[in-house]
Design a protein around this ligand. Sequence first.
Ligand code: AMP
Length: 490
Amino acid sequence: MSTDVIARLKRMAEDPARVWIVGGATYAELLGETGRLANTLRFLGLKKGDRLLLQVDKCEAVLSLYLACLRTGVIFLPVNPGYTVAETEHFLQDAEPALAVCDPGRVAGLQGLGARVIDLPSLLDRAAVQSGDFADPDHGADDLAAILYTSGTTGRSKGVMLTRENLASNAEALVSLWRFTATDVLLHALPVFHTHGLFVATNCVLYSGARMIFQRAFQPAAVLEALPRATVMMGVPTFYTRLLSDPGLTASATSHVRLFISGSAPLSPATHAEWQARTGHAILERYGMTETNMITSNPHDGARRAGTVGMPLPGVEVRITGPDGAVLPPGEAGSIEVRGPNVFKGYWRLPQKTAEELHDGWFVTGDMGAFDTQGYLSILGRAKDLVISGGLNVYPAEVEAALDDLPGVAASAVIGVPHPDFGEAVVACLVAAPGATLEEERVRRALRDRLAAFKLPKRVLILDDLPRNAMGKVQKAELRRIHRDLFAAE
Ligand code: AMP
C-alpha cells in the first residue's frame, strides 16, 4: 500500500522552511490552509462521501481545496471553468454535489440549476476565521478521493471514480521513475481540473517535497521567462509546438531544466525532433488517461523513443488484445488494456458501463496500440477513430506521423469519413506552418512512397486550425461531423 497523499503532506510540512509554491505558501502554510478549509467544509455540514463541485479559474486555492477534501473524505469534483452553466448542469444532476464552489460570476447561474452554491472568495473568507488544526479521521485506501468527468461531449461524459490509492500509487511510481527530489522546481502551466495538472503535476511535487512555479495559464512568453528557474516542465503537445514557434526558445533558455515531459495527446515525432534540435532536450513522452492515471512512460535514463509512450509503470500491467480477446504478441496492433493500483474504481452511477470496460481488474482503455520487441508501446489512436477503408484497418497515428514529417505541416489529424465505395475513406486535415503553403495534390504525392496505397488520404483538407479541447487534444468526432458529407455526392 502506498503512503496516502495527506500523510505525505504532513511529512513535508514538518520542515517549516519547505516551499510549496515559489513566491507563495510553504508546505506548513499549505497544511494550515487545508486544515482551515477542512474545518469550514465540516462547518457547512459536508460529510465523508459527499461531493464538492469546484468550477473556478486556475488559482492556488484549487490545490488547497483538493487537499482539504482529501482530509475530510469529501469527494473532490473539479469542473472545467470553460463550460457554460448549461454544460455544467449534467455534472450537477449526475453527481448531486452537496456544495458547488465557483467564481462569483457563476453563482446565480448554478443556483438557478438548484445547487447549493458558495463563491470561492466567500469560502476562503469563512476559512480564514477557522482553526488550522484539523483532526483527520481515518480513511481507507479504497475510499473515493475524486470524481473527474471524462472529456468529450459533456452531455454524455462519465464520472470517473478515483480512490486515494489510485492517486498515491501513481504519485510514488512517477516520482521514482522521473527522479523527482526536493531540489526540483516544476513549472506548472497546466489546467487544474484535469488529471494531468491536478494529479500528475501536483502530486509529483508534493510526494518529493519539491516546489512549483504556478502559472495561471499557459503563455509562451511567461513560460520562457520562468524556465531558467525551473528544473522540470510538464506539458501537453501544444505547449511544445507553441514554444517552438517562439524565437526565444533556445538551448540556453532551457539549460536549467533537467526534464521536459509530454502527455495527454500524441506528441509528433517531428515535434520531438525539432525540440531536441533547438534545445538539446529529448522530451519524455508518457501515456495515461483519467480512468487509469499514468500507464506508461519513456525511460528517464534509457532511450526516449519519439512516437512511442514507453513502458508500463512499475506495478502496472499492460496487454494488447485482439478482437477475440486473445493477448497479442509484440508487433501486433490491438486494444490496449491496463491493470494495476492506478486503475479507477468505476464510473459514477454507471455499473453497466463499468462492467463493460472493467473486468478482472483489466480496464479496456479504448485506445489501440502495439508493443515493439524492446517493450515500447505505440499508441495508434482511439479505437473509435480507427478508419476501416475497403475492409482494411488504417491507424490514424501512422498516417499522421508521415504527414507531420512533411515540410510545412504544422499539425495533422486523420479521420474516416463515410464513402460510397470504401465504407470509410481516409481524410487528412492539415494546418500549414506559418509562412508555408500546402497543396492537396502535392501532399498526396509526397505520401506515396511512404505509405501503402490503402492508407493514402483520399482527400487532404487544408484548414486554418484543428478543433481542440482544453488539453489541446484534437476533437476528431467534431472533424468527422463537419466533413461527413465530403463524399456524399460521389
Ligand atoms: P484524458 O482522459 O482526457 O486524459 O484522455 C486520455 C486519452 O488521451 C488516452 O486514452 C489517449 O487516447 C490520449 N493520450 C494520452 N496521452 C497520450 C500520448 N502520450 N499519446 C497519445 N495519446 C495519448
